[in-house]
Design a protein. Structure first.
Length: 119
């Protein structure tokens, strides 16, 4: 069976939780409408290579869990990853793996900060 996995940035996750669009309990994210739940693992999205040495590892546009970086020989700090002599800008976030067994009754629809219902 294929596992549904999705990356979400830390900023997006913070907005969802503060906007009551999702609940966060440890490493588990549950969406408010529909109750889909995801197991979260810290990860980074590679967005840019900043040393002009080229993207030999073909990481731009890819997501890697932090647990995978040591095996690549990469070091992560804040919004950067260093791999050999190549430096990348990354977006910090999480990979969420759908928990297909977790479903709960949906809550009332959330509203946007303007008071408009979210579609």
């Amino acid at each position: 069976m294929t596992h549904l996995r999705v990356f979400t940035s830390q900023d997006t996750l913070d907005a969802w939780v503060s906007g009551e669009l999702a609940d966060l309990d440890g490493d588990r994210l549950t969406l408010s409408d529909g109750g889909a739940a995801f197991a979260l693992e810290p990860a980074v999205l590679f967005t840019d290579e900043v040393t002009d040495s080229g993207d030999a590892a073909a990481l731009i546009g890819k997501v890697k869990c932090l647990s995978q970086l040591p095996a690549l020989g990469a070091e992560h700090y804040a919004d950067s990853v260093l791999l050999d002599e190549t430096a990348y800008t990354v977006v910090e976030g999480y990979v969420g793996t759908l928990d297909r067994s977790a479903r709960r009754a949906p809550r009332a629809p959330a509203t946007a900060p303007t008071g408009e219902p979210l579609a």
